[in-house]
Design a protein around this ligand. Structure first.
Ligand SMILES: [Mn+2]
Length: 423
């Protein structure tokens, strides 16, 4: 049976990544494609509100695409019993390739029997010496693998025993790992490698739907379907694909897509919002049976409640990683109704950012403290980037902070000036 196609948003998923992956997987299903939404990690409070509101369960979490030993293990290689005779052992080697036989004792993996040590028993026979037993010849292998281990760790030469909880499972070899059918993946709402689930090089990207800058470094072996549009939300692109397919958006999916548009455009306040996003939201609101403004404010408020988050959680809220090739930095964002409480904790937030920056040796870690009401951002950061920040925004940096009126969008108003200032 062919594997299901995975549809996923970025690491540290936001409402658009969660909802657009669910909605696009649904569209593919309605078109007869065996696609399933996945997510890279925990959902945030805003997304949880949307999913609960429209009674949709969050999709399964997948944290990497590495081929696993369990995908490649040969389970039809019968083990030898420790109580087997030398003759039975010889028959086993006659029927199997490889230099070692897995041996079990009382149902548990006992070790391996080498072809060479069994051959030694032939010499003992000829020399008239006392013969050993299979049990006595068994020894621990140098390496074994568990079903959850990464296939790329299996050495190029040889066959290796796979053991799970003390029980023999089967054997694995590098050729078997290489022969595993690649996991097909559809990326929505991202294309920068640093934001993609780990191990994407062992999978096959077949589609990318996105509304961000092209962040380079992704590579495919064959031609793929790509749709990038400079709109405010991936959900707007997904809705367009439903229309193109002449498939009505199911009610709960319309609710999720609407939530994504509201979230990404901050209820149409963000400069990333286009007329297409607004028109799309209106159609989706009708299909979902909600009032945009009333539902929108409820949704944003659910996400804006950071009162129960620790400074560490705030520092990595909605975090994305960026690189220009030489400098790597992260930008997190919190969107709140009132920034004063967070700004009062600035010292604590800066040390949380510094801890995060130092742990991964980022050049800088930024936090956008964005006011939904004032439509402005206080940008604070850890790392030695005063000159870059000052140049990027043509402002003096005061104690690791710049105040940016009319700035709400990371991708349109923060990332491009920082990248330009780094050139
Ligand atoms: Mn998005």
């Amino acid at each position: 049976m062919a594997k299901q196609i995975f549809v996923t948003g970025h690491k540290n998923p936001d409402t658009d990544s969660i909802c657009s992956s669910i909605a696009y997987a649904k569209l593919k299903q309605l078109q007869g494609v065996d696609a399933v939404p996945i997510r890279a990690g925990d959902i945030n409070k805003e997304t949880a509100f949307a999913l609960e509101y429209f009674h949709v369960e969050p999709q399964q979490v997948v944290t990497d695409f590495y081929v696993k030993v369990s995908d490649a293990v040969y389970t039809d290689i019968e083990p030898l019993l420790a109580s087997a005779s030398l003759k039975d052992a010889a028959k086993w080697f006659d029927a199997h390739e490889g230099g070692a036989a897995p041996v079990i004792d009382n149902g548990n993996f006992a070790g391996i029997l080498d072809r060479a040590s069994l051959a030694g028993e032939f010499i003992n026979t000829v020399a008239g010496r006392e013969l050993s037993t299979v049990k006595a010849l068994v020894h621990d292998p140098e390496v074994t693998f568990g079903p959850g281990d990464n296939g790329h760790d299996v050495p190029a030469d040889g066959r290796f025993v796979v053991v799970d909880g003390g029980k023999y499972v089967g054997m694995v070899c590098a050729d078997g790992v290489a022969a595993v059918e690649k996991q097909q993946v559809i990326l929505v709402d991202h294309n920068e490698k640093k934001q993609v689930i780990d191990g994407i090089d062992e999978a096959e990207i077949i589609t990318v739907l996105d509304h961000h800058r092209i962040g380079g470094t992704l590579y495919t072996d064959g031609p793929i379907f790509i749709l990038f549009k400079p709109v405010g939300c991936t959900a707007t692109i997904v809705t367009e694909l439903y229309e193109q397919a002449h498939i009505a958006v199911p009610k709960e999916i319309a609710g999720l897509l609407l939530s994504a548009v509201i979230s990404d455009t901050v209820l149409f306040r963000s400069p990333t919002c286009t007329p297409q996003d607004k028109e799309t939201a209106e159609k989706l609101a009708t299909a979902a049976g909600v009032d945009i403004q009333a539902y929108g404010m409820e949704l944003l408020k659910a996400g804006a409640n950071v009162s129960d988050l620790t400074p560490d959680q705030i520092a990595r809220n909605d975090m994305k990683e960026f690189s220009n090739g030489s400098k790597t930095f992260t930008i997190s964002q919190v969107q709140v109704m009132d920034t004063s409480e967070l700004l009062a904790q600035k010292t604590v937030l800066l040390s949380a950012l510094e801890k995060m920056r130092a742990a991964k040796s980022y050049d800088a870690s930024f936090l956008m403290i964005t006011s939904i009401i004032d439509e402005s951002t206080n940008l604070i950061f850890a790392g030695d980037m005063e000159d870059t920040v000052s140049k990027a925004f043509a402002k003096d940096v005061l104690s690791k902070e710049v105040y940016l009126p009319n700035v709400m969008s990371r991708k349109k108003q923060i990332v491009p000036p920082i990248l330009a200032a780094l050139k």
